[in-house]
Design a protein around this ligand. Structure first.
Ligand code: PEP
Ligand code: MG
Length: 772
């Protein structure tokens, strides 16, 4: 853009004003003069076009001061000598608030700071606007007059537009080296380390890929403002239609924004203030893209200063909306983006499970999320794919750029960006240690499943993707304790047919051989969305129309799935698990449907399962307290600890702010687990625990001590859990727990870790390895 050849002949025909100013600006930028000269000329030009006596540019240095870098009207020897401290004077006020400031009589303003070296005594009126880039403050542009004056319409906007273009000149680095300036997107070079949550194990060393990166406009100044306004209108209409389509057509994008966020987008996309700001910027001569950028910059600067998390959330929403609008403006828009490098480590604010599945799995080696929680479905999918995932690395997106080298340590929840040579070397050693451990784990697969005091236990696999089936052999799992059938629906644009479903289930049955496989019926809803199944507009999806509720209200889908499962059993035993049962009658209705399908299959002479069982997935406290009513008709119970704990503590499992707040090892939660186990035992109904809780060694040990002999978990957890359980004295732990479970308390975790072998734990249960 800077080197375009500009025809300046039409400049004379334009009246003074913002458009002419922009045209002149473009001509100036095309000039080969050095950057300082350009800034000097620019201040002269601004003064002339806005009818002011002084125009000055102050740039924000990293040291915190604002340096006068060019001026028309103040003394030239003050340039690069006058420096204002943060918040000092009117210029400092503009910088502090990142908002324009207009003052009729500057010397009388309480923030006025007198600098004799600039010779500014005679100037009265003052306008200052922030120079922003990517929402960060780069400097301040000011305009002053000797006489008091009334602010002309649009004068501040004009200066804001000029400031935006100025930011680009400054970013070229020719005035002051970008490293010395605050607020510039200088490619970061320093190593950064973030400690987050270790949500999916493994180690990945690779190249960062930022998910949904910020899109910056290429052209800033319009050739033809009328055309630009037309382009803007078309893009806004398309944006609105796209949002309406997602909301009204009940087709939420895979893993994309939630309904609430989309509702907020719809509101913004119709917001008169936002649209007027965009239109004004275009009318002043910016391209539609630059107008979006300018308005976004201003919002960003303001919202970034907000302490309140809700404002920061809105900032993300606005960013996303602006990116969407930019995509509508880009005629060559292909959503594909750059190809993934072979060892990509994705860095995202948050990601939905289906969106994650959209990435090329052979190239995706790791995932870092600014948000995320241990039991979110993105984490479950990452585990299923065997991809390490570190969550809750807040601020990582501000420090990382696509192409940076990163190390993702899923064992300890660490993310290293641009690691130093020493860190990289240490990780080379760690990688060797991890592969030694993996080899040791692999050898464990045939070890007896028995505790140190001789109690047998069973470890099963949680799965949902075909790639996971090979883990059965690798881990020596006793079977599949939970097959999440909805994953097939989530990766498909259309509803999988009975034939397609049966084919997938048969592959699972075959892979299990003699081992059992528990198929959970569709558990859609919450964060699990699909383009092919109905979705309702709901204020609170986790408490909404999901899983079995959907299945019973729209029995067509469930019936077909049961048919496919019966067919896939192919004469073997069939275990069907119904999710999110909140009351006994729901289970009875689901079981009746299964019975009806069995009867139908018999009637049509289909091959019958040798035996079939209907399982109740216990995921709500309400169901736990009604379990005695249901058990007479239940063949097995699987405790879905992720959801059960989400509802028990009323803490959204997807919300990083509350997901870690409560501990399952609190006496109250453990009492619930004990109650469920003793109820099932009294009715002689087998009970297992699946969900991420069972996959953590310490928690698994506690569950075993409470009487749960069967646990189901992600493949990567089987060996670590087995290692701990093999060394556990269950009886001792049971006794240790028994005299503490009925006491009040926030958590038993610390006490348990401290007790160690006195509580029956093997001595190596607590990991004290150093973190790099
Ligand atoms: C659970 O809720 O514990 C569970 C295993 O199901 P999901 O994580 O798929 O909701
Ligand atoms: Mg669940």
């Amino acid at each position: 853009m800077m080197d375009e050849v500009i025809d300046t002949t039409d400049l004379k025909n334009l009246a003074p004003g913002p458009r002419r100013l922009l045209k002149r600006l473009r001509a100036l930028m095309a000039d080969q003069d050095n950057a300082q000269k350009r800034l000097d000329n620019l201040t002269g030009m601004i003064a002339e076009e806005t009818g002011s006596d002084v125009a000055s540019i102050y740039l924000a240095r990293r040291s915190g001061s604002l340096e006068l870098c060019a001026t028309h009207g103040l003394r030239q020897d003050a340039v690069h000598n006058t420096r204002l401290q943060h918040g000092e004077g009117l210029v400092g006020q503009v910088a502090l608030t990142a908002k324009p400031l207009a003052v009729a009589d500057a010397p009388k303003h309480p923030s006025f700071s007198y600098r004799p070296e600039t010779g500014e005594e005679p100037f009265t009126s003052f306008i200052g606007v922030p120079i922003l880039r990517g929402g960060r403050l780069v400097g301040v542009l000011t305009s002053q007059t000797t006489h008091e004056r009334k602010l002309a319409d649009g004068e501040i906007e004009t200066l804001q537009t000029v400031a935006m273009i100025l930011a680009e000149i400054i970013a070229s680095g020719a005035i002051i080296a970008p490293e010395e300036l605050a607020g510039l997107d200088v490619r970061p070079t320093r190593p950064e380390r973030f400690q987050g949550g270790a949500f999916s194990p493994g180690l990945a060393i690779g190249v960062a890929v930022v998910h949904e990166p910020h899109v910056s406009p290429v052209r800033l100044i319009a050739d033809d403002p009328e055309d630009e306004e037309g382009r803007l209108d078309i893009a806004i209409n398309e944006l609105r239609k796209a949002i309406d389509g997602m909301l009204d057509g009940n087709r939420l994008p895979f893993g994309g924004p939630t309904r609430d966020v989309l509702e907020a987008y719809r509101m913004f996309a119709h917001d008169r203030g936002w649209l007027a700001q965009l239109r004004d910027a275009v009318r002043q001569g910016l391209t539609a893209e630059a107008a979006v950028e300018r308005v976004r910059n201003e919002h960003r600067a303001r919202l970034m200063q907000a302490k309140d998390q809700n404002f920061r959330e809105r900032l993300h929403d606005l960013e996303d909306l602006a990116n969407r609008l930019l995509r509508h403006l880009d005629e060559n828009n292909t959503d594909a983006g750059a190809p993934l490098p072979d060892n990509a480590i994705l860095v995202a604010r948050s990601i939905g499970p289906a969106e994650l599945l959209d990435y090329d799995r052979s190239k995706l080696k790791g995932l870092a999320l600014e948000e995320g929680s241990a039991s979110s479905h993105a984490v479950i999918v990452a585990k299923a794919l065997g991809i390490p995932l570190v969550g809750q690395v807040e601020g990582a997106l501000d420090r990382v750029e696509t192409g940076d080298t990163v190390i993702l340590d899923g064992e300890y929840g660490l993310l290293h960006i641009r690691p130093t040579a020493e860190v990289s070397e240490a990780y080379a050693d760690r990688a060797k240690a991890i592969s030694r451990q993996a080899a040791a784990f692999a050898r464990l697969k045939d070890a007896p499943l028995i505790t140190a005091d001789g109690q047998p236990f069973e470890l099963h696999l949680n799965a949902g993707l075909l790639v996971e089936l090979k883990r059965l052999e690798e881990t020596g799992a006793a079977g599949i304790g939970l097959f999440r059938t909805e994953f097939q629906f989530m990766v498909s644009d259309t509803l999988p047919s009975v034939v397609e479903q049966a084919k997938l289930y048969k592959t699972v049955v075959d892979a299990c051989g003699d081992r059992p496989a528990v198929f959970r019926t569709l558990d859609l809803g919450g964060d699990k969305v699909t383009a092919s199944a109905p979705a309702m507009r709901e204020p609170n999806p986790a408490l909404g129309w999901r899983a079995i509720r959907m299945g019973l209200d729209r029995p067509g889908l469930l019936r077909l799935q049961l048919r496919a499962l019966i067919e896939a059993a192919d004469g073997k035993e069939l275990d069907v698990l119904f999710p999110m049962i909140a009351a006994p009658w729901e289970f009875f209705a689901a079981r009746d449907m299964l019975e009806a399908e069995i009867t139908r299959a018999k009637k049509y002479g289909h091959k019958m399962p040798r035996k079939w069982r209907a399982g109740l997935m216990l995921e709500t406290p309400g169901m736990a307290f009604a379990i005695d009513e249901a058990l007479p008709r239940v063949d097995f119970v699987a405790v879905g600890a992720n959801d059960l704990m989400q509802y028990f503590f009323a803490a959204d499992r997807l919300n990083a702010r509350v997901s870690n707040r409560y501990d399952i090892l609190s006496p109250a939660a453990l009492r619930l687990f004990r109650f469920i186990q003793t109820s099932c035992a009294a009715h002689n109904v087998p009970v297992s625990v699946c969900g991420e809780t069972a996959s953590r060694p310490l928690e698994a040990a506690v569950l075993l001590a409470l009487g749960y002999k069967k646990l189901s978990m992600a493949a990567s957890s089987i060996a670590p859990v087995r290692t701990l359980l093999n060394g556990l004295d269950v009886e001792k732990l049971g006794a240790w727990l028994a005299c503490r479970l009925d006491n009040p308390g926030r958590t038993l975790r610390d006490e348990l870790i401290k007790a160690g072998i006195d509580a029956g734990l093997p001595s190596e249960a607590v990991d004290n390895s150093p973190r790099i």
